[in-house]
Design a protein around this ligand. Structure first.
Ligand SMILES: *Cc1c(COP(=O)(O)O)cnc(C)c1O
Length: 374
């Protein structure tokens, strides 16, 4: 049988062992704090059906997703795990949360009231978490709602309060905002009934023990994204993206390359066409930006990124590196996802979550000794 990778235009390799290694590093930094895994958006685009069981095998017992639909999918993968949905409790969804054993994050008093009423009607103290806003002004109880909760702890009666949480606005920048939010969170907790607390995203875990509280919620760091920009990245790289060289052509001055004729050739040279495009999540904003790598040798992307193709100036490369059908590194040891993000004017999170389903995906299992190298 022919390996389906043989003709795949582009191959995305995801190393589950490195994801597990990143989780272990974060867990160890947290000491006694529990280390969850944030796996919303299909585990940041890398495939929750593979990432979640791998993390569970490593000992991860709490998983965060954004929405109920993601939570229900996860339930089948990890029947015993705690699954928390960050996006709140849509009106009428209460029985669905209960049926699948999903923990809702209650983001305002209306949601708290509905969960309480539902639990009372069911005569069951079902689990939920409560989100206190300390500076995002996005989700969570604002200052006025916090006052009402602090004045009437009875609002929290009748359900199983698993933890209070808040979320950092500027975790990735070493300025004072994270410490301010930390102080606001501690002040809020002091006015509320005793319960566990969850504060840190990936950046919060790296910021140190003051920020760990009881339950840490790292996402991006699991997947190799640098949590604190401008500092060396302590996380291991997880993905590799290679695409095939389809064709090489000779060009000369006065010619242009690609849609819009945005790249004008200045001298005799060679242009290589590579099988990746914006339909794959190789963003159009990467037009004429950054390098791809031929056995470690850089070559500049020139002209517009099209739907299925990019073009690269390979004038300086010897013919033995330019065999049609060979794979070219787009993301990997020479060009990390964070670098691609910078070149595209975005963040690593967006690069990962846009990786399309069209890539042929190869998962390297934690146990696999020799990785299936292309
Ligand atoms: C996405 C998310 C996280 C994980 O953040 P990272 O920066 O990816 O570590 C944690 N908490 C909440 C509320 C989130 O929405």
């Amino acid at each position: 049988m022919i390996d389906p990778a043989t003709f795949a235009p582009a191959i995305l390799t995801i190393d589950l062992g490195e994801i597990v290694a990143n989780w272990r590093q974060l867990r160890d930094r947290g000491g006694a704090a529990e280390c969850a895994g944030v796996v919303k958006a299909n585990a940041y685009g890398l495939g929750a059906h593979k990432v979640v069981p791998a993390l569970y095998s490593a000992g991860c017992r709490t998983f965060f997703v954004a929405v109920l639909d993601e939570a229900i999918r996860l339930r089948a993968m990890v029947p015993e795990a705690r699954i928390v949905a960050l996006g709140g409790l849509p009106p009428g969804s209460e029985p669905v949360f209960a049926r699948h054993g999903i923990v809702p994050v209650l983001n305002h008093l209306g949601e708290i009231g509905r969960w309480q009423a539902f639990c009372r009607a069911r005569h069951a103290a079902l689990p939920a978490a409560v989100h206190i806003d300390t500076g995002m002004n996005r989700l969570g109880l604002g200052p006025d709602e916090l006052d009402r909760l602090a004045d009437d702890h009875g609002l929290l009666a009748g359900f199983d309060l698993q933890f209070f949480m808040t979320h950092l606005a500027c975790g990735d920048d070493p300025g004072p905002m994270s410490a301010e939010q930390n102080a606001r969170f501690r002040a809020a907790l002091a006015r509320l009934p005793a319960a566990k607390a969850s504060f840190a995203n990936s950046a919060g875990v790296l910021l140190g023990p003051d920020h760990h509280f009881d339950l840490m919620r790292p996402g991006c760091a699991l997947y190799g994204i640098n949590p604190i920009s401008g500092q060396p990245n302590p996380m291991r790289q997880v993905i590799r993206l290679d695409a095939r060289l389809l064709q090489v052509r000779n060009v000369d001055s006065t010619m242009t390359v690609g849609y819009g004729a945005t790249h004008r050739v200045r001298a005799a040279g060679k242009i290589a066409t590579i099988a990746v495009g914006y339909a794959d999540g190789y963003l159009r904003s990467l037009s004429s930006r950054g390098n791809v790598f031929f056995d470690g040798v850089p070559a500049a992307v020139v002209g517009r990124v099209s739907m299925d193709l990019i073009t690269v100036d390979v004038s300086h490369l010897p013919d033995h590196l330019l065999q049609p059908g060979r794979l070219v590194e787009l993301i990997g040891p020479n060009r990390q996802a964070d670098t691609v993000a910078e070149e595209a004017g975005t963040i690593g999170y967006e690069i990962l979550t846009q990786l399309s389903a069209r890539y042929h995906r190869v998962y390297v299992d934690p146990e696999t000794v020799s990785s299936p190298k292309q």
